[in-house]
Ligand binder design. Structure first.
Ligand code: CP
Ligand code: NVA
Length: 327
């Protein structure tokens, strides 16, 4: 069946069929190779998009902007709107829907992206909430296909860290949809919420995916991808001490990479990452509190296992595909 995503929002990959996700990955590949050849098609000419950020960002903001500029769209970056403060979300959404062809939102509640889509009447793209990060996972699937030479439904991805965070859930959804094996390696306190797992399991039953929680290093054997993320997400900085205690045994190390028993395994990370002490945060918490918040060894991050910068680049190509497909 032909795929038509015009007018659709991307709030979560759970709203998309495997065929629609496949279409977005293939379109990303096509746009990526066109960009490399210097071909631009002005596919978004005359479109106006607004980027609403209630949390900080480097990749997501820049990916949306460069993708829009490449294809001829105009962009407004908005971090200090009235929304929710001096104006209701509903009213702001209705105004933005009159001005813009599409809205990107990054912030806290998933309900906010849902309500923006409901009231604005234009496509809304989720640029990260507390519980999801769908555009990141599209980039991750593209990166996996570029580096692992087997079909996605034969790939085992192990997410190491806080399995209840936005990346843990977003990857679980992406893997469920694409028939992959998703293993979260995490202390039991940070295993995925039961209800969310059941939702993903329902999808997995249809696609042949395998979704599992694990707390033993044994379970990473055969992994094609070791994926991790920071231990305390944006807005959770007060949980850092507790997370360091829980997650230090789950730091991604060279020994962990070797425990995959797969010489073709790759290391992935959505970034930003604490892998050395060259950030105020990692250095400050170490100097002031003696806490090592690094979720991955620098050696792994800089090793040939690591595909993190290919992955970061792919944010732009996949976000471009999302805008081109939905506008
Ligand atoms: N991976 C990601 O979303 O990066 P930013 O927070 O820099 O946008
Ligand atoms: N879990 C991280 C992802 C950043 C892209 C956060 O929410 O801060």
């Amino acid at each position: 069946m032909p795929v038509n995503l015009k007018g659709r929002s991307l709030l979560t990959l759970m709203d998309f069929t495997p065929e629609e996700i496949r279409y977005l990955i293939d379109l990303s590949k096509d746009l990526k190779s066109k960009k490399r050849m210097g071909i631009k098609n002005n596919l978004l000419a005359g479109k106006n998009i607004v980027l609403l950020f209630d949390k900080t960002s480097t990749r997501t903001r820049c990916a949306f902007e460069v993708a829009a500029f490449d294809e001829g769209a105009n962009v407004t970056y908005l971090t200090n709107s009235q929304m929710g403060k001096k104006e209701s979300l509903e009213d702001t959404a209705k105004v933005l829907g009159r001005f813009y062809d599409g809205i990107e939102y990054r912030g806290f509640k998933q309900q906010t992206v849902e309500d923006l889509a409901k009231y604005s009447g234009v496509p809304v793209w989720n640029g990260l909430t507390d519980v999801d990060h769908p555009t990141q996972v599209l980039a991750d699937l593209l990166t996996i296909e570029e580096h692992i030479h087997k079909p996605l439904n034969k790939v085992k991805l192990v997410f190491v860290g806080d399995a209840r965070n936005n990346m843990g859930y977003a990857l679980m959804y992406g893997c469920a949809k694409m028939g992959m094996t998703y293993t979260a390696l995490a202390p039991k306190e940070l295993w995925a919420d039961k209800e969310i797992m059941e939702k993903a399991q329902k999808v997995a039953n249809e696609t042949g995916a395998k979704i599992e929680m694990a707390d033993s290093i044994e379970d990473i054997k055969g992994a094609d991808v070791i994926y991790t993320d920071i231990w305390a997400s944006m807005g959770e900085e007060d949980k850092l001490l507790e997370r360091v205690k829980l997650l230090t045994p789950y730091k991604v190390t060279m020994d962990m990479m070797k425990a995959t028993d797969n010489q073709d395994a790759i290391f992935m990370h959505c970034l930003p990452s604490y892998h050395d002490f060259k950030t105020d945060m990692a250095k400050g918490t170490f100097d002031n509190q003696g806490l090592d918040i690094r979720e991955v060894e620098d050696e792994v991050f800089r090793s040939s296992y690591s595909k993190v910068f290919d992955e970061a680049e792919n944010r732009m190509h996949t976000i471009k595909a999302v805008m081109v497909a939905t506008l």
